[in-house]
Ligand binder design. Structure first.
Ligand code: NAD
Ligand code: MG
Length: 399
């Protein structure tokens, strides 16, 4: 294999669910991938173990205390790694000359500056951090076009759509619609009353996918699918009316593209994130991902249902934010991040997530707020977080 097919990776969010799956694919294909940089939040032990295995040149922790703790461990083991700290270091490693591929797998809007930096620097951007596109879709897509960055979706649905998309051959105008599948999450069959009393443990117990806490709660509220509708609009240059959601509890069909001649193309497989990760890492080639043979005869009946926007109002709220456009999706995302965190910390009930998001979304004309720069969007993010916190305080006081 020629050296030109080797990829030099920075993995941002290395200790998380997507980060670990990414490194699992790297470990199976050592002749294809070099790990140049690894970044995590505060999980010093987790990053230390990954450094021992993958020997990057750079490691980034979110703050200087965690960075100092990591440096201490590395020194005792006599391992040479440059340890950096803080948000600017994430931006710096996303733009390193020695890195050609960036896995953006930080959770939440915290992942935006580094994902944007990778796009601006023309890296291959493997985008798991869907919040980046929700908050700053226009900015990110403009950067992708300006730099010639290869943007490849990691989210399983969007990766499936990408695989079914008309690259050459038919034109995007001949696509009738995108069909995003949704598992429906752990509360798919729960009543509104049952959901109101749901615990964080119940919300993170996803039936098919093993994921980080935030996205698991988003799946339970179906805000995840709402964020994914917005993500699809940016990735595939369409309006949300062209993106339909279909509930498919087994998560075997990962999404579909319907053409004007009636053809519906789908991508199927085990619900294992190593498949879309390996696909994007090796694209346009294919590599082993560790995912086993898929036996369709064992899969049983594949069922599809319409989504219920009454029991799951977050899906409706995301479409409203997409209609409003401008900074509204950034406000939606920020309010949701705060509401999910409060729910995980048992400060508000599960049903309050949608209530907080709706209150923040209607609190002002977000669409007309400035949103044409990273600084402007981070200001919207800050303001919406403050409003969400205030809203939650009012809700808890009134109970
Ligand atoms: P996770 O919580 O398991 O991991 C998050 C990672 O980000 C960790 O390494 C953590 O250390 C790091 N991190 C968190 N906050 C940070 C900060 N402020 N600065 C630097 N690093 C920080 O989350 P996950 O499930 O791996 O999800 C990551 C992203 O991928 C999310 O945007 C999620 O929506 C998306 N995604 C995940 C899955 C999945 O199956 N897990 C599927 C599709 C999309
Ligand atoms: Mg998804």
């Amino acid at each position: 294999m020629s050296d030109s097919s080797r990829r030099a990776l920075a993995v941002l969010g290395a200790t998380g669910s997507i980060g670990r799956s990414t490194l699992d694919v790297v470990a199976r294909n050592p002749e294809r991938f070099d790990v140049v940089a690894l970044a995590a939040n505060r999980d010093v032990d987790g990053l230390y173990k990954q450094i021992l295995q993958f020997k990057p040149r750079y490691a980034v922790m979110a703050d200087s205390a965690s960075a100092a703790a990591l440096e201490g461990q590395l020194k005792s083991a006599d391992i040479q790694v440059e340890v950096l700290a803080g948000p600017q270091a994430l931006v710096d490693i996303a733009q390193l000359d020695s890195v050609d591929t960036v896995m953006a797998a930080i959770v939440g809007a915290a992942g935006l500056p580094s994902a944007l930096a990778a796009a601006q620097a023309g890296k291959r951007l493997l985008l798991a951090n869907k919040e980046s596109l929700v908050v700053a879709g226009q900015l990110l897509m403009d950067a992708v076009v300006a730099s010639g960055c290869e943007l490849l979706p990691i989210d399983s649905e969007h990766n499936a759509v990408f695989q079914c998309w008309p690259h050459g051959g038919a034109s995007a105008k001949q696509v009738r619609r995108i069909l995003l599948t949704a598992s429906g999450g752990p509360f798919r069959e729960w009543t509104v009353e049952q959901m109101a009393a749901a615990t964080p443990e119940q919300a993170v117990a996803h039936p098919n996918w093993s994921m980080g806490a935030k996205i698991s709660v988003d799946s339970a509220s179906m805000m995840n699918k709402g964020l994914e509708v917005i993500e699809a609009c940016w990735l595939f240059n369409c309006q949300h009316q062209q993106v339909d959601v279909v509930v498919h509890p087994k998560s075997i069909v990962h999404s579909m593209v319907e053409y004007i001649d009636g053809s519906v193309l789908a991508e199927l497989g085990h619900p294992d994130m190593r498949t879309p990760i390996a696909h994007a890492m090796a694209w346009p080639e294919r590599v082993e991902s560790g995912v086993g043979l898929f036996d369709l005869t064992q899969a049983g009946a594949l069922e599809f249902f319409p989504p219920d926007e009454v029991r799951f109002p977050c899906l409706r709220l995301a479409r409203e934010a997409s209609d409003a456009c401008g900074a509204a999706p950034a406000a939606l995302n920020a309010a949701n991040e705060i509401a999910v965190e409060l729910f995980l910390n048992r400060k508000v009930g599960f049903s309050k997530i949608a209530e907080i998001v709706e209150t923040v979304l209607n609190a002002k004309a977000w669409a007309t707020e400035q949103h044409d720069s990273l600084a402007a969007l981070l200001e919207v993010d800050r303001e919406a977080r403050a409003l969400a916190t205030q809203t939650a305080e009012k809700i808890t006081l009134s109970v």
